[in-house]
Design a binder for this molecule. Sequence first.
Ligand SMILES: [Cu+2]
Length: 189
Amino acid sequence: MATTPTSTDHDGSRVAERAELRWALLVIGIVALLVGMMVYMSLHWATMPPSRVETIDPTTLHLAGEFVEDNLGTAAEPDGSVTVRVVGNQYSFTPQCLLVPTDTPVKFRGTSADVVHGFNIAKTNVNVMLVPGYIATFKTKFKEPADLVMPCHEFCGVGHAAMWAHVKVIDKAEFFKQAINGRRLSCVK
Ligand SMILES: [Cu+2]
């Protein structure tokens, strides 16, 4: 006995068609929203460049200015905060161990001497790119003493995987005992 399509089969395919259409519209909507966001952000950035861009000549970092070797590391500021200056180059960071206090506003200022490097301190929100020619800044606070690792997270060449440093967070009182007379501190041994 031959079977003929019943009206129920017909309804079923129409229901499926409608469901497919709904999902297709949803996907088109999401794609349109993302493209719209990209267009908006591109235009917004193109018409309003960042208000504060600090540039620096990456070829003379070691000769003069803020990033000469004996100015790198952690410095106590008169307002009680600290500034950490760091340089990335293929394939290490200088200093190799950053010393910072707990419970104190810390400002990182970093740059690169050659290619783009990543500045990331594990288990914290510190995450910024070191781009040659620009000074990257990042403000944060560390809650408790810790030994943290700081891997480069931007592929920077064949030695990238070996490019990382340490961050040692020590008690605030102990830190400021060491930081007298404007000394630049690090935990490099
Ligand atoms: Cu790297």
